[in-house]
Design a protein around this ligand. Structure first.
Ligand code: DAH
Length: 331
């Protein structure tokens, strides 16, 4: 037997094997239990032949193992490129949502008033003329009663123009003391511009108790404005007129952009207008059957989009009503 030839033939067969099955077949032929080499090894009697044959066996096993490794790697390479599966590619980011900026502010308002012990109300948006205007002591000739200013559904029904009807609902709903805030959508026939939109949100506060004064109103507004805009803010009142409060005041909060020095945001006044407020008018108390000699109260109403615009330095209200997430994601 020419063992040199046997070895080189076996080495060639390993090298020629293109797949792992072919390699297994070549291995069985050269090194299997029934191969000539293994048979000869089992039958060998002299030490020199034994050592020669065993050396061949060791070299062939090594060559086989090396080739096996090569084929395994080639196999893996092929599968990786076939599946085009690159384990080093970063995974897809799961988009995380966020609350709408108006909702963020609404929640902040809810938290602030809950902290003051106020009840939170969400009242109807389709309102009667009686609750939207009459019981709030709007004069019969008040311009808000015009269909040019207000959306009428029929002669007696409107889309509420403010959250103030909640004052009536809460005072009719239970006897004082009342500390409530009403939050929700309001509707007006306003032309759309940078600060107006025909749908908007307000929050409306009402406190009815014995002996409440303007100082309580101002203290409450100061607390709320600081919660919304920061602890360094100041609040001032300008006298005004609203049908359902007497006296009526418009609260201003000091401008956060310039700290009250005067800048473009506050139109160089140092102050930002925040809505309306006042002491509950005795006619309103009478309209809900409360005795104005016994009870006093204060109320205020603030636009939530305005708060949102100021908090974020937004020049435009329109993105708040846009479904374009690229705009909303900035806030
Ligand atoms: N409802 C008024 C408006 O929309 C704002 C307002 C003024 C609310 C005075 C009040 C208030 O509660 O007392 O313009």
């Amino acid at each position: 037997m020419d063992w040199e030839k046997y070895e080189s033939t076996a080495l060639d067969s390993f090298a020629d094997a293109g797949t792992r099955e072919e390699l297994t077949t070549a291995h069985t032929a050269a090194l299997g239990r029934k191969s000539e080499l293994k048979t000869a090894l089992r039958e060998v009697r002299d030490r020199r032949t034994g050592m020669t044959l065993n050396a061949i066996r060791v070299r062939l096993e090594e060559a086989f193992t090396a080739r096996e490794g090569e084929l395994e790697r080639a196999d893996l390479d092929e599968r990786l490129s076939d599946d085009a599966f690159d384990v080093t590619v970063p995974g897809d980011e799961i988009p995380v949502g966020q609350l709408h900026p108006t909702t963020q502010v609404r929640r902040l308002i809810e938290d602030t008033f809950l902290g003051l012990g106020y009840e939170i109300r969400y009242d109807r948006e389709v309102e009667t003329v009686e609750y939207n205007f009459d019981k709030l002591a709007f004069e019969p000739t008040h311009p808000s009663r015009s269909p040019r200013a207000t959306f009428f559904l029929d002669d007696d029904t409107v889309l509420r123009t403010e959250t103030s009807p909640s004052q009536i609902h809460s005072m009719e709903g239970k006897p004082p003391p009342i500390y409530m805030v009403s939050i929700g959508r309001c509707y007006r026939r306003d032309a759309i511009d940078a600060t107006h939109y025909p749908i908007f949100h307000q929050f409306e506060g009402l406190a009815v108790d014995r002996g409440l004064t303007l100082a309580d109103l101002k203290g409450t507004l100061l607390h709320v404005m600081r919660a919304l805009f920061g602890e360094d803010r100041r609040v001032r009142f300008r006298t005004h007129f609203f049908p359902f409060t007497e006296p009526s005041m418009e609260p201003d909060v000091s401008c956060g952009v310039c700290g009250g020095e005067g800048c473009r945001t506050c139109r160089y006044s140092g102050w930002l207008e925040m809505g309306g407020s006042g002491m509950v008018d005795s006619r309103v108390f009478q309209n809900v059957g409360l005795d104005p000699e016994q009870w006093s109260g204060f109320a205020f109403g603030v636009g939530i989009e305005r708060v949102t615009q100021l908090r974020h330095g937004m020049a435009e209200i329109r993105p708040l009503w846009s479904p374009d997430l690229r705009a909303l994601r900035q806030f």
